[in-house]
Write a protein that binds this ligand. Structure first.
Ligand code: NAG
Ligand code: NAG
Length: 351
């Protein structure tokens, strides 16, 4: 089952305004009204969304405001003296990658964060915003850059250019290895980073929130040769939004069909969700657990657990020998990652 509503995250001066838009998905029975200034566009029987257009005559669906911390300021502690890779990229600032980094069918903008003390053959984290977001927004709203400062890895932030800045998690091209669309654009940037900057190909990771979490699953499924582990915050399983009128194939089949003939290992996956998420239902956490435990051929039986980690009201479950982890945020909403939870992903990646 796949239950969701599409949410746009709109930055304002000093806070994030999260606006709920209507959506679809199997089992969705909520409101079908759009906010003023947008109009409902049906993409298929599974999925509609509000896009800019003539204002509807009815009242807005709902609006939620929340504050997202930009995280604590941390001091750099790493002491690497290695020659920095990516010498063309200024250190310590979010920088647009202007070089031709390869096939970019959907005009994704790629930004790089290289810490001052970047290591030689650094690890790489691809970090993906939610709908309506940007690379700059996700850079500011999360703690990943502070961890890069501490630990010397590179971060690529993508900015989706289409579909109201949502990532393409529905198109057949995007859901296929080297098929095209946003996933290929992001894969091109990863390949560029490996070939041009000496990124350690065995330490490439992806994380994202909401639409970016869905893209995390898409990248993990379509590019298991590139991605070693993923951390999905408030997302849905790969293929959940797929344009299909027939019942979905098994979750694992969706992953396997994304890259037929691939026989190598699949990424370890970590899945985060709040129980009170009003936009992407908490039930999607377990659907992702089913998908990735099945891909890894491990049981859905929990093999380890901990509560109050990485902060209060969050609890962790482990599957297999750690190929899959799930984090539940009791009472948490859609505004993930909550400040102080990013460390869980960083440690899962071994960064
Ligand atoms: C998620 O879906 C379940 C089952 O449809 C429902 O009971 C629950 O209220 C939903 N949660 C939220 C936060 O909307
Ligand atoms: C944890 O949840 C309890 C009960 O829902 C709530 O009262 C408390 O404020 C929460 N703590 C944090 C740190 O969010």
């Amino acid at each position: 089952m796949c239950v969701f509503r599409l949410m746009l995250t709109v930055p304002t001066t000093n806070r994030w305004v999260l606006i709920l838009y209507i959506g679809g998905g199997s089992g969705y029975s909520g409101s079908t009204q759009c906010d003023v200034g947008t109009v409902c566009v049906k993409l298929n029987d599974w999925y509609s969304q509000c896009q800019p257009g003539q204002a509807p005559t009815q009242a807005p669906t709902s609006t939620i405001s929340t504050t997202v911390s930009t995280g604590p300021t941390t001091t750099s502690t790493a002491t690497s003296t290695a020659t920095a890779p990516a010498t063309s990229i200024p250190a310590g600032a979010l920088t647009r990658l202007t070089a031709n980094f390869g096939t970019n069918p959907t005009n994704v903008a790629i930004y790089v964060y290289k810490p001052a003390n970047v290591k030689n053959n650094p690890a790489l984290l691809l970090a993906l915003h939610g709908c309506g977001g940007t690379a700059q927004q996700f850079y500011s709203a999360t703690q990943y850059k502070q961890f890069a400062d501490q630990r010397g890895f590179l971060i690529l932030y993508g900015s989706a250019a289409n579909d109201m800045n949502c990532w393409d998690n529905t198109g057949a091209n995007s859901l296929k290895h080297d098929g095209g669309s946003d996933s290929l654009a992001l894969a091109s940037a990863i390949r560029y980073a490996i070939s041009e900057w000496g990124v350690d190909a065995n330490r490439v990771f992806v994380t994202g929130m909401s639409s970016g979490a869905m893209m995390t699953n898409t990248m993990a499924g379509a590019y298991p040769d590139l991605i070693k582990a993923g951390a999905s915050f408030a997302g849905v399983a790969m293929g959940c939004l797929k344009a299909s009128l027939t019942p979905p194939e098994g979750w694992a089949d969706i992953v396997h069909r994304a890259y037929p003939g691939y026989t190598g290992p699949y990424p370890r996956m970590q899945i985060w969700h709040g129980t009170a998420d009003p936009a992407v239902n908490y039930t999607n956490l377990n659907e992702q657990v089913k998908q990735w435990t099945q891909v890894h051929s491990i049981s859905q039986t929990v093999t380890g657990s901990a509560s109050g980690t990485p902060k209060s009201n969050w609890s962790k479950r482990v599957y297999g020998t750690g190929q899959v982890e799930a984090y539940t945020g009791q009472g948490s909403g859609h505004g993930l990652p909550e400040a102080g939870t990013e460390i869980g992903a960083i440690e899962f990646f071994g960064l």
